[in-house]
Design a binder for this molecule. Structure first.
Ligand SMILES: Cc1cc2nc3c(=O)[nH]c(=O)nc-3n(C[C@H](O)[C@H](O)[C@H](O)COP(=O)(O)OP(=O)(O)OC[C@H]3O[C@@H](n4cnc5c(N)ncnc54)[C@H](O)[C@@H]3O)c2cc1C
Length: 309
């Protein structure tokens, strides 16, 4: 009999847990360790952030499902890794800490035969001064709670625009090293469309700010799109869409500081500039979680290498 421990119940961890449970004989144990009580379908946050979907529609509680499926579940966060065990525990384990209930704060050595680390990215808001979701009129759609706040902020601004306020909306990346430009691209188009729906499009200046070198780069050097016999580059496609929708753009921008209604950035020419806004959604940079791994003698084996990238 084997025990498989999966850290994280996001897209990767949840899929791994449910497939393993389905494919492995019952004698093997599948255990998920994750601090969130809910599974969320992250890509739909671009709809929550414009009020078109309620956040309740994109998440569900993990515990009842895992109970029904025979998957073990611990609402805890991994802290450090002991792949050789230690002086008192022979098996490899992950030191974890419970985050809710009567066990809150209690640590447990969760042993395993096989380990899947699916803890995803750490949303590294701290890397950009003042970039705190929901503060400084700058929002995020990286989680459903962030997206709920983004819609509250956007909706409040739309109501002011209906009374005659002219507004500046800034959407894109909030750090020189941010990735996930695609999510911000989807969101800016959603926001622009939502402004039309509320008949306030003419009251808003909508601007894309991005660390990309070229429009349509999306952090992967662009794409080739084919339509019938025609081939189009993604920068041509995005430029066409932005021009058609009157969306302005700032490229090669590494946002390094956010104040109430003001984003500071450095461009590829080394110039320091600012852009004012009444509502912003800026994707933070991502990093690893900073876990450490120890050998049997509790000497550090390795830090999470992603942390320093
Ligand atoms: C708005 C938005 C739209 C997107 N749209 C798309 C799209 O259309 N297509 C696409 O391919 N990608 C899209 N992405 C990217 C995609 O959502 C991510 O690549 C994906 O969620 C990553 O999955 P993951 O399981 O690796 O991490 P996550 O989904 O982030 O899950 C990580 C899990 O680990 C848990 N965890 C964190 N710390 C610990 C710890 N210490 N111990 C244990 N567990 C921990 C978390 O609670 C979570 O359950 C989008 C992203 C965003 C933000």
């Amino acid at each position: 009999m084997s025990k498989i421990v999966i850290l994280g119940a996001g897209i990767a961890g949840h899929v791994a847990a449910t497939h393993l449970r389905r494919k492995l004989p019952k004698k093997h144990e599948v255990v998920v360790v994750s601090p969130n009580s809910n599974y969320q379908w992250v890509p739909s946050n671009i709809w929550v952030g414009i009020g078109r979907m309620k956040s309740e529609k994109i998440y569900f509680p993990l515990e009842p499902l895992y109970k029904k499926k025979g998957i073990g579940y611990k609402q805890a966060k991994a802290i450090s890794f002991y792949p050789e065990g230690d002086k008192t525990e022979e098996k490899p384990y992950v030191l974890s800490e419970y985050v809710v209930g009567e066990n809150k704060g209690q640590q447990e050595k969760i042993t395993y035969d096989y380990l899947i680390n699916a803890t995803g990215p750490k949303l590294n808001f701290e890397a950009t001064e003042g970039l705190i979701p929901g503060k400084n009129k700058a929002y995020s759609v990286c989680t459903y709670t962030h997206a709920d706040h983004a819609w509250e902020g956007l909706n409040a601004l739309i109501q002011e625009m209906k009374k005659g306020k002219k507004a500046k909306i800034l959407i894109g990346t909030g750090h020189a090293k941010s990735t996930c430009q695609g999510a911000a691209f989807e969101y800016i188009l959603n926001v622009e469309q939502e402004l039309r729906k509320h008949n306030v499009r003419d009251m808003a200046e909508v601007t894309w700010i991005s660390n990309e070198y070229q429009l349509g780069d999306f952090g992967m050097d662009g794409m080739l799109l084919s339509y019938g016999s025609m081939t189009m580059k993604s920068h041509e496609m995005v430029e066409m869409v932005f021009e058609d929708r009157d969306i302005k753009w700032i490229l090669g921008a590494g946002v390094n500081k956010v104040e109430d209604g003001l984003a500071h950035y450095e461009n590829l020419e080394g110039e320091y500039k600012t852009e004012a806004y009444d509502f912003a959604m800026l994707i933070p940079s991502f990093s690893g979680h900073g876990f450490k791994a120890y050998d049997k003698m509790k000497t550090i084996l390795q830090r999470n290498c992603l942390k320093d990238l």
